[in-house]
Design a protein around this ligand. Structure first.
Ligand code: HEM
Length: 304
């Protein structure tokens, strides 16, 4: 296999580099899938039957791409929990070793996405002539853009419009408002919904059990004032105190800059372990042999 790709003078060297990087990434991915931990997500994928041209492992980059949104939702949930002690205390749990559904923590993530949607526009096409409200007529085939923040924060219809109220997702209130669609709804509802809620609620449960977080950045997410319409996850800064020893440490989100004195003590270890106890993501020192995989590896669009 060659990694050179086509050298399109109109696109230049970046195209060659990207083709090369994609090739290395995909070869590592398929080799990783060969020996996946059966308890991991990719291990589960490996156990599913896939025949012919079905490129199951080729879906993994889509998961990784979509998981950016999960990180944003989780970080914003943690930020708002840091200023809402009552809700935060309901998230604390001593049963971290057991995989659990954690309904209240899932509700906190749903509420984070309601307040600050990561997919703020949902697109549809009308399949029939439709009249909306009091006579707004649109013909079949019209494209519709649903701006979800306008509905999910509508102060005229929602008594909790600009507040953090995770309970609406557990006490049945959210079901009374069909305009609340953090993961969309209907046949095209986000298929990653339950995966995202499971992973983020598990991560947040572990994080909150390790340290008490104070929000240092603005906006302050004051529980007595309407929450801001947007929340830049890259600007979120926490100060953390461990519950047991109360040592403090500054934490910043991935793109923020830590203060010069900041550092995470060794005993605060954020590295995830798989069920077998080995790191969930294993570093590889040498690139694997290309095409050694039993998987059908479809060429990427850049390699075609
Ligand atoms: C916080 C995280 C996420 C949110 C808020 C979210 C939200 C959404 C929304 C609103 C849609 C549009 C659905 C529609 O057109 O009605 C969507 C589509 C989709 N999402 Fe997610 N998503 C998230 C993460 C993920 C993850 C991690 C995956 C995969 C592992 C995923 C897979 C998909 C796919 C495949 C679609 C297209 C569905 C279709 O058109 O039939 N999403 N998502």
């Amino acid at each position: 296999m060659t990694y050179g790709g086509c050298v399109n003078p109109a696109i230049g060297r970046s195209s060659v580099y990207r083709t090369h990087a994609f090739g290395i990434f995909f070869d590592r991915l398929y080799t990783y899938a060969e020996d996946a931990d059966p308890h991991s997500l990719i291990g589960t994928l490996a156990q599913l039957p896939a025949h012919g041209s079905v490129d199951a492992v080729g879906q993994v980059p889509h998961w990784l791409f979509a998981f950016d949104a999960a990180g944003m939702a989780a970080l914003r949930a943690v930020a708002v929990l840091a200023t809402h002690p009552e809700e935060r205390s309901r998230c604390e749990t001593g049963e971290l070793e057991q995989l659990q559904l954690r309904p209240f923590l899932r509700a906190c993530v749903l509420e984070s996405v309601r307040l600050w949607p990561t997919t703020p526009a949902i697109l549809r096409e009308l399949t029939a002539d439709t009249t909306f409200g009091e006579g707004a007529w649109f013909g079949s085939g019209s494209s519709v853009l649903i701006a979800t923040p306008a509905f999910q924060r509508d102060p005229d219809l929602l008594p909790f419009a600009n507040d953090f109220v995770p309970d609406i997702w557990v006490d049945g209130r959210a079901e009374q408002y069909p305009q609340l669609v953090p993961f969309s709804a209907g046949p095209a509802e986000c298929p990653g919904r339950n995966l995202v809620l499971f992973v983020t609620s598990t991560v947040i449960a572990h994080l909150l059990s390790m340290m008490r977080l104070e929000l240092q950045s603005t906006p302050l997410l004051d529980r007595h004032r309407p929450l801001p319409a947007t929340l830049n996850q890259f600007g979120v800064v926490f100060r953390a105190a461990r519950p047991l020893r109360f040592s403090t440490v500054d934490l910043v989100s991935s793109a923020g800059r830590p203060a010069p004195s900041a550092g995470v003590p060794e005993d605060i270890n954020l590295c995830a372990k798989s069920a077998r106890g080995r790191p969930a993501i294993r570093p590889r020192s040498t690139p694997p042999a290309p095409n050694s995989s039993r998987w059908h590896r479809a060429p990427t669009s850049l390699e075609r």
